[in-house]
Design a protein around this ligand. Structure first.
Ligand SMILES: NC(=O)c1ccc[n+]([C@@H]2O[C@H](COP(=O)([O-])OP(=O)(O)OC[C@H]3O[C@@H](n4cnc5c(N)ncnc54)[C@H](OP(=O)(O)O)[C@@H]3O)[C@@H](O)[C@H]2O)c1
Length: 237
């Protein structure tokens, strides 16, 4: 189960009414059936803008105005420079960036006139700086952080809260594919709890685990030459 599913379960355990979306109808239905009526399934492919608008309308019709929306669908594929593939890059951008924009579109149209609502975009610590074999993923997550910052400048003063979630490595079906040691790998239950606490706070950036985040923020400050030397050594490039 991914981060989003664990977060939905955690929110439901806190007594919230949670609308859950993904493409797998059976998984959504199973989660909803096991939730004592707290979770509600809205199957959706976020690559489809019209379908996303329809689902946002349906959620508000069934459950009332959305309080918090977490735009979390995303993917990664290992891509060394020697196997650079524009089609694969486009697939990663499509889900991680266009899919997120497809959620932002109907949500902002509802939240801004109301002057209320909260949106969290799932980025990653991989958006802090470029990492080897992950150009498309890092670019998409850096873009997500920039999107959240850009929106915050405008919508924060209008009563709509936006946050960016930057997890380190979390054990999910996505990271199960990784064939390298993942520093500070966390369990998804722990990640969900940290994200929930961040959503309940007034922090703009919900990033964790702290020690890993500090190390990466330090790397962000380094001149390019030092950064490349360090990262090549650390990753054996
Ligand atoms: N795991 C990590 O270490 C980590 C670290 C930093 C950031 N993140 C980010 O956290 C987010 C979740 O990652 P994860 O590890 O939980 O991934 P995951 O286990 O692969 O889960 C991804 C979720 O997105 C859904 N999804 C995929 N394509 C979709 C589409 N077109 N429309 C709607 N839903 C779709 C999947 O459900 P269906 O397949 O049923 O659609 C699944 O529920 C991603 O944005 C990822 O980049 C993860």
């Amino acid at each position: 189960m991914g981060i989003g599913a664990h977060l939905a379960r955690y929110a439901a355990d806190q007594g919230w009414s949670v609308a859950i979306s993904a493409r797998s109808e059976d998984t959504l239905k199973e989660m909803a059936d096991q939730s004592n009526g707290r979770m509600h399934a809205y199957p959706l492919d976020v690559l489809d803008l019209e379908a996303t608008k329809t689902v946002v309308d349906a959620i508000e019709r069934d459950l009332g105005p959305i309080t918090i929306a977490v735009l979390n669908a995303g993917t990664h594929a290992d891509m060394p420079a020697s196997a650079f593939d524009a089609t694969e890059v486009a697939k990663i951008y499509a889900l991680n960036m266009t899919g997120m924009a497809n959620g932002l579109d109907p949500l902002l149209k509802k939240f801004l006139p109301r002057g209320a609502g909260q949106i969290a975009l799932t980025a990653s610590v991989a958006g802090f700086r470029g990492l080897p074999r992950a150009g498309a993923y890092c670019a998409s997550k850096a873009g997500t952080i920039a999107m959240a910052e850009s929106l915050e400048c405008e919508i924060g003063p209008k009563g709509v809260k936006i946050q960016v979630i930057c997890p380190g490595f979390v054990r999910t079906p996505l990271t199960d594919k990784n064939d390298f040691p993942m520093p500070y790998l966390m369990e998804p239950e722990d990640a969900a709890k940290r994200i929930w606490n961040g959503l309940m706070s007034d922090r703009f950036e919900i990033s964790f685990p702290r020690r890993f985040v500090w190390q990466l923020k330090f790397l962000q400050l380094l001149p390019a030459r030092w950064y490349f030397a360090l990262i090549r050594k650390a990753t054996g490039q």
